[in-house]
Design a protein around this ligand. Structure first.
Ligand code: A3P
Length: 302
Protein backbone atom coordinates (compact mmCIF):
# COMPACT_ATOMS: atom_id res chain seq x y z
CA UNK A 1 0.00 0.00 0.00
CA UNK A 2 1.19 3.52 -0.72
CA UNK A 3 2.48 5.62 2.15
CA UNK A 4 -0.55 7.46 3.53
CA UNK A 5 1.56 10.56 4.23
CA UNK A 6 5.10 11.86 3.91
CA UNK A 7 5.81 11.31 7.60
CA UNK A 8 4.74 7.69 7.54
CA UNK A 9 7.20 7.05 4.72
CA UNK A 10 10.10 8.20 6.91
CA UNK A 11 11.95 6.15 9.46
CA UNK A 12 14.84 7.28 11.66
CA UNK A 13 17.70 4.88 12.41
CA UNK A 14 18.14 5.91 16.02
CA UNK A 15 17.56 9.15 17.95
CA UNK A 16 19.26 11.79 15.86
CA UNK A 17 20.14 9.14 13.27
CA UNK A 18 19.77 8.74 9.54
CA UNK A 19 16.32 9.08 7.95
CA UNK A 20 15.02 6.88 5.16
CA UNK A 21 12.09 4.58 4.35
CA UNK A 22 10.99 1.56 6.42
CA UNK A 23 11.81 -0.65 3.44
CA UNK A 24 15.41 0.62 3.45
CA UNK A 25 15.61 0.08 7.23
CA UNK A 26 14.79 -3.60 6.76
CA UNK A 27 17.51 -3.98 4.12
CA UNK A 28 20.23 -1.62 5.34
CA UNK A 29 22.60 -4.50 6.00
CA UNK A 30 22.23 -5.89 2.48
CA UNK A 31 23.22 -2.50 1.08
CA UNK A 32 26.10 -2.17 3.51
CA UNK A 33 27.35 -5.53 2.29
CA UNK A 34 26.78 -4.79 -1.41
CA UNK A 35 29.80 -6.26 -3.19
CA UNK A 36 32.27 -3.65 -4.41
CA UNK A 37 34.61 -4.08 -7.39
CA UNK A 38 38.01 -2.39 -7.39
CA UNK A 39 37.23 -0.69 -10.72
CA UNK A 40 33.87 0.68 -9.53
CA UNK A 41 33.41 4.43 -9.37
CA UNK A 42 30.79 5.61 -6.90
CA UNK A 43 29.11 8.99 -7.24
CA UNK A 44 27.77 10.01 -3.84
CA UNK A 45 25.90 13.05 -2.58
CA UNK A 46 23.03 14.42 -0.58
CA UNK A 47 20.02 14.61 -2.97
CA UNK A 48 19.81 17.67 -5.23
CA UNK A 49 23.50 18.46 -5.07
CA UNK A 50 24.25 17.88 -8.76
CA UNK A 51 24.42 14.07 -8.64
CA UNK A 52 22.97 13.49 -12.12
CA UNK A 53 25.31 16.07 -13.61
CA UNK A 54 28.31 14.44 -11.91
CA UNK A 55 27.19 10.92 -12.92
CA UNK A 56 27.03 11.92 -16.56
CA UNK A 57 30.42 13.61 -16.32
CA UNK A 58 32.04 10.61 -14.59
CA UNK A 59 30.37 8.08 -16.90
CA UNK A 60 31.63 9.85 -20.03
CA UNK A 61 35.16 10.21 -18.75
CA UNK A 62 35.31 6.60 -17.52
CA UNK A 63 33.97 5.45 -20.90
CA UNK A 64 36.42 7.48 -23.01
CA UNK A 65 33.79 9.98 -24.18
CA UNK A 66 31.48 7.40 -25.68
CA UNK A 67 28.75 9.89 -26.60
CA UNK A 68 26.91 7.25 -28.58
CA UNK A 69 26.78 4.89 -25.59
CA UNK A 70 25.61 7.84 -23.51
CA UNK A 71 22.35 7.90 -25.46
CA UNK A 72 21.22 5.00 -23.30
CA UNK A 73 19.31 6.09 -20.17
CA UNK A 74 21.65 7.27 -17.43
CA UNK A 75 19.66 5.33 -14.82
CA UNK A 76 20.60 2.12 -16.66
CA UNK A 77 24.22 3.09 -17.26
CA UNK A 78 24.70 4.29 -13.70
CA UNK A 79 22.20 2.68 -11.34
CA UNK A 80 20.97 4.27 -8.13
CA UNK A 81 21.93 1.65 -5.54
CA UNK A 82 19.13 1.97 -2.97
CA UNK A 83 16.34 3.07 -5.30
CA UNK A 84 14.41 -0.23 -5.00
CA UNK A 85 14.10 0.45 -1.28
CA UNK A 86 12.92 4.05 -1.56
CA UNK A 87 9.50 3.19 -2.84
CA UNK A 88 6.74 1.73 -0.73
CA UNK A 89 7.39 -2.00 -0.31
CA UNK A 90 5.91 -3.79 -3.36
CA UNK A 91 3.75 -6.84 -2.85
CA UNK A 92 5.85 -8.79 -5.27
CA UNK A 93 9.45 -8.53 -4.08
CA UNK A 94 10.81 -10.12 -7.26
CA UNK A 95 11.07 -6.68 -8.95
CA UNK A 96 13.35 -5.52 -6.14
CA UNK A 97 15.43 -8.66 -6.53
CA UNK A 98 15.71 -8.12 -10.31
CA UNK A 99 16.81 -4.53 -9.80
CA UNK A 100 19.45 -5.51 -7.25
CA UNK A 101 20.76 -8.25 -9.56
CA UNK A 102 21.07 -5.65 -12.33
CA UNK A 103 23.29 -3.56 -10.04
CA UNK A 104 25.40 -6.59 -9.12
CA UNK A 105 25.87 -7.81 -12.67
CA UNK A 106 26.46 -4.55 -14.52
CA UNK A 107 29.59 -4.64 -16.71
CA UNK A 108 32.76 -2.97 -15.41
CA UNK A 109 33.59 -0.24 -14.85
CA UNK A 110 30.40 0.31 -12.89
CA UNK A 111 29.48 3.93 -12.21
CA UNK A 112 27.21 3.61 -9.19
CA UNK A 113 25.08 6.31 -7.61
CA UNK A 114 23.99 6.50 -3.99
CA UNK A 115 22.75 9.13 -1.58
CA UNK A 116 23.61 6.96 1.43
CA UNK A 117 26.27 8.34 3.76
CA UNK A 118 29.66 6.65 3.46
CA UNK A 119 29.16 5.08 6.90
CA UNK A 120 26.17 3.12 5.62
CA UNK A 121 27.99 1.83 2.55
CA UNK A 122 30.69 -0.79 2.23
CA UNK A 123 33.88 0.16 4.13
CA UNK A 124 35.68 -0.80 0.90
CA UNK A 125 34.45 2.39 -0.76
CA UNK A 126 37.29 4.83 -1.10
CA UNK A 127 39.73 2.07 -0.14
CA UNK A 128 39.63 -0.37 -3.04
CA UNK A 129 37.57 1.74 -5.44
CA UNK A 130 37.11 5.39 -6.26
CA UNK A 131 34.44 7.74 -4.89
CA UNK A 132 33.41 11.11 -6.33
CA UNK A 133 31.42 13.03 -3.73
CA UNK A 134 29.52 16.16 -4.79
CA UNK A 135 28.12 18.75 -2.37
CA UNK A 136 26.01 21.87 -2.87
CA UNK A 137 25.28 24.79 -0.57
CA UNK A 138 22.39 24.07 1.82
CA UNK A 139 20.14 26.93 0.70
CA UNK A 140 20.02 25.88 -2.94
CA UNK A 141 19.65 22.24 -1.87
CA UNK A 142 16.62 23.15 0.25
CA UNK A 143 14.94 24.95 -2.67
CA UNK A 144 15.78 22.22 -5.16
CA UNK A 145 14.71 19.43 -2.75
CA UNK A 146 11.44 21.23 -2.05
CA UNK A 147 10.59 21.31 -5.77
CA UNK A 148 11.70 17.70 -6.05
CA UNK A 149 9.28 16.76 -3.28
CA UNK A 150 6.50 18.52 -5.17
CA UNK A 151 7.47 16.72 -8.37
CA UNK A 152 7.67 13.12 -7.14
CA UNK A 153 4.26 11.59 -6.50
CA UNK A 154 5.30 8.99 -3.94
CA UNK A 155 6.62 11.66 -1.59
CA UNK A 156 3.04 12.72 -0.79
CA UNK A 157 4.40 16.10 0.22
CA UNK A 158 2.05 19.05 0.05
CA UNK A 159 3.65 21.57 2.44
CA UNK A 160 5.01 24.98 1.47
CA UNK A 161 8.66 25.94 1.08
CA UNK A 162 8.93 27.56 4.49
CA UNK A 163 7.65 24.47 6.31
CA UNK A 164 9.92 22.30 4.15
CA UNK A 165 12.96 24.42 5.12
CA UNK A 166 12.10 23.93 8.80
CA UNK A 167 11.71 20.19 8.31
CA UNK A 168 15.08 20.16 6.57
CA UNK A 169 16.76 21.90 9.49
CA UNK A 170 15.09 19.50 11.92
CA UNK A 171 16.35 16.48 9.96
CA UNK A 172 12.85 15.43 8.97
CA UNK A 173 13.40 14.76 5.29
CA UNK A 174 14.71 11.71 3.43
CA UNK A 175 18.51 11.33 3.79
CA UNK A 176 18.78 13.74 6.70
CA UNK A 177 20.94 14.82 8.41
CA UNK A 178 22.37 16.87 5.54
CA UNK A 179 25.59 17.94 7.26
CA UNK A 180 26.29 14.49 8.71
CA UNK A 181 27.08 12.87 5.40
CA UNK A 182 28.80 15.86 3.83
CA UNK A 183 31.18 16.37 6.70
CA UNK A 184 32.21 12.74 6.88
CA UNK A 185 32.91 12.70 3.11
CA UNK A 186 34.82 16.00 3.45
CA UNK A 187 37.04 14.54 6.17
CA UNK A 188 37.65 11.30 4.28
CA UNK A 189 38.60 13.17 1.09
CA UNK A 190 41.36 14.93 3.05
CA UNK A 191 43.23 11.74 3.75
CA UNK A 192 42.05 9.19 1.19
CA UNK A 193 43.37 9.61 -2.30
CA UNK A 194 40.51 7.54 -3.71
CA UNK A 195 37.90 10.06 -2.52
CA UNK A 196 37.41 13.21 -4.60
CA UNK A 197 35.24 15.96 -3.12
CA UNK A 198 33.56 18.36 -5.59
CA UNK A 199 31.32 21.37 -5.08
CA UNK A 200 28.37 22.04 -7.39
CA UNK A 201 29.27 25.73 -7.32
CA UNK A 202 32.79 25.01 -8.62
CA UNK A 203 31.33 23.05 -11.54
CA UNK A 204 29.01 25.99 -12.26
CA UNK A 205 31.87 28.45 -12.17
CA UNK A 206 34.39 26.39 -14.08
CA UNK A 207 32.95 23.29 -15.74
CA UNK A 208 36.06 22.73 -17.85
CA UNK A 209 38.26 22.83 -14.75
CA UNK A 210 35.90 20.37 -13.00
CA UNK A 211 36.07 17.95 -15.93
CA UNK A 212 39.88 18.13 -15.94
CA UNK A 213 39.97 17.49 -12.21
CA UNK A 214 37.76 14.40 -12.50
CA UNK A 215 39.75 13.11 -15.50
CA UNK A 216 42.99 13.42 -13.52
CA UNK A 217 41.41 11.67 -10.53
CA UNK A 218 40.29 8.80 -12.77
CA UNK A 219 43.66 8.59 -14.49
CA UNK A 220 42.26 9.53 -17.92
CA UNK A 221 43.63 12.02 -20.41
CA UNK A 222 41.34 14.02 -22.67
CA UNK A 223 42.11 15.62 -26.00
CA UNK A 224 41.20 19.28 -26.46
CA UNK A 225 38.38 18.17 -28.76
CA UNK A 226 36.97 15.71 -26.19
CA UNK A 227 37.22 18.32 -23.47
CA UNK A 228 35.31 20.86 -25.55
CA UNK A 229 32.62 18.29 -26.45
CA UNK A 230 32.22 17.36 -22.79
CA UNK A 231 31.83 20.99 -21.75
CA UNK A 232 29.10 21.49 -24.36
CA UNK A 233 27.36 18.22 -23.49
CA UNK A 234 27.29 19.04 -19.78
CA UNK A 235 25.95 22.61 -19.81
CA UNK A 236 22.58 22.96 -18.12
CA UNK A 237 21.08 24.11 -21.39
CA UNK A 238 22.09 20.92 -23.20
CA UNK A 239 21.77 18.40 -20.38
CA UNK A 240 18.25 19.56 -19.51
CA UNK A 241 17.21 18.80 -23.12
CA UNK A 242 18.92 15.41 -23.15
CA UNK A 243 16.22 12.76 -22.73
CA UNK A 244 18.72 10.08 -21.64
CA UNK A 245 19.56 12.19 -18.60
CA UNK A 246 16.80 14.72 -17.84
CA UNK A 247 14.38 12.15 -16.33
CA UNK A 248 11.39 13.51 -18.21
CA UNK A 249 10.36 9.85 -18.58
CA UNK A 250 9.21 10.12 -14.94
CA UNK A 251 6.15 11.82 -16.41
CA UNK A 252 5.30 9.11 -18.93
CA UNK A 253 5.80 6.42 -16.28
CA UNK A 254 3.46 8.33 -13.99
CA UNK A 255 5.89 8.76 -11.08
CA UNK A 256 6.24 12.55 -11.59
CA UNK A 257 3.56 15.19 -11.58
CA UNK A 258 3.11 16.90 -14.94
CA UNK A 259 4.08 20.37 -13.76
CA UNK A 260 7.75 20.86 -12.94
CA UNK A 261 10.98 19.32 -14.18
CA UNK A 262 13.77 17.30 -12.62
CA UNK A 263 16.24 19.58 -14.41
CA UNK A 264 14.64 22.69 -12.99
CA UNK A 265 16.92 25.76 -13.12
CA UNK A 266 20.50 24.68 -12.54
CA UNK A 267 21.58 27.90 -10.86
CA UNK A 268 23.51 28.96 -7.81
CA UNK A 269 21.74 31.54 -5.66
CA UNK A 270 18.18 30.71 -6.73
CA UNK A 271 17.38 30.56 -2.98
CA UNK A 272 17.46 34.38 -2.95
CA UNK A 273 14.25 34.42 -4.96
CA UNK A 274 12.58 32.07 -2.48
CA UNK A 275 13.58 32.87 1.11
CA UNK A 276 12.50 35.78 3.28
CA UNK A 277 15.42 37.56 5.02
CA UNK A 278 14.20 35.96 8.27
CA UNK A 279 14.26 32.42 6.88
CA UNK A 280 17.61 33.02 5.23
CA UNK A 281 19.02 34.21 8.57
CA UNK A 282 17.70 31.10 10.34
CA UNK A 283 19.35 28.84 7.78
CA UNK A 284 22.62 30.78 8.19
CA UNK A 285 22.49 30.27 11.96
CA UNK A 286 21.71 26.57 11.58
CA UNK A 287 24.57 26.22 9.09
CA UNK A 288 27.02 28.02 11.33
CA UNK A 289 26.09 25.83 14.27
CA UNK A 290 26.58 22.66 12.25
CA UNK A 291 29.86 23.76 10.74
CA UNK A 292 31.54 24.66 14.00
CA UNK A 293 34.91 22.97 14.08
CA UNK A 294 34.93 22.20 10.35
CA UNK A 295 36.97 23.98 7.70
CA UNK A 296 34.50 23.33 4.86
CA UNK A 297 33.27 26.49 3.13
CA UNK A 298 30.01 26.66 1.20
CA UNK A 299 29.47 29.29 -1.46
CA UNK A 300 25.82 30.23 -2.02
CA UNK A 301 26.25 33.00 -4.60
CA UNK A 302 28.57 33.14 -7.59
P1 A3P B 1 17.74 22.77 -9.43
O1 A3P B 1 16.53 22.13 -8.86
O2 A3P B 1 18.27 23.87 -8.55
O3 A3P B 1 17.57 23.22 -10.83
P2 A3P B 1 20.51 15.88 -8.35
O4 A3P B 1 20.92 15.31 -9.65
O5 A3P B 1 21.49 15.65 -7.24
O6 A3P B 1 19.11 15.49 -7.97
O7 A3P B 1 20.53 17.46 -8.50
C1 A3P B 1 19.56 18.10 -9.29
C2 A3P B 1 19.94 19.56 -9.40
O8 A3P B 1 21.09 19.69 -10.25
C3 A3P B 1 18.81 20.38 -10.03
O9 A3P B 1 18.91 21.68 -9.44
C4 A3P B 1 19.26 20.35 -11.49
O10 A3P B 1 18.68 21.33 -12.30
C5 A3P B 1 20.77 20.57 -11.31
N1 A3P B 1 21.53 20.25 -12.53
C6 A3P B 1 21.44 19.17 -13.30
N2 A3P B 1 22.25 19.26 -14.37
C7 A3P B 1 22.87 20.45 -14.27
C8 A3P B 1 23.81 21.15 -15.09
N3 A3P B 1 24.26 20.65 -16.22
N4 A3P B 1 24.21 22.37 -14.67
C9 A3P B 1 23.75 22.90 -13.53
N5 A3P B 1 22.85 22.31 -12.72
C10 A3P B 1 22.41 21.09 -13.09
Amino acid sequence: KDFPSYDEGLVRGEPGGFVLTPHYGENAEELYNFHIRPDDIWVLSFPKSGTTWTQELVWLIANDCDFEGAQKKLNDRSPFLEFPYLLPRPQDLSTVETQMKYRENLASPRIMKSHLPLDLLSPELGKTCKVVYVARNPKDVIVSYYYHHRLIKFHYFDGDLESFAHRFMQDQVFYSPYFGQILSAWERAKTEENVLFLFYEDLKKDLRGGIEKVAKFLGKSLSEDQLEKLVQHLTFENLSKNSAVNKEDGKTSGSFHEDGNFMRKGETGDWEKHFSPELSRKIDEWTELNLRGSDIIFVDKI
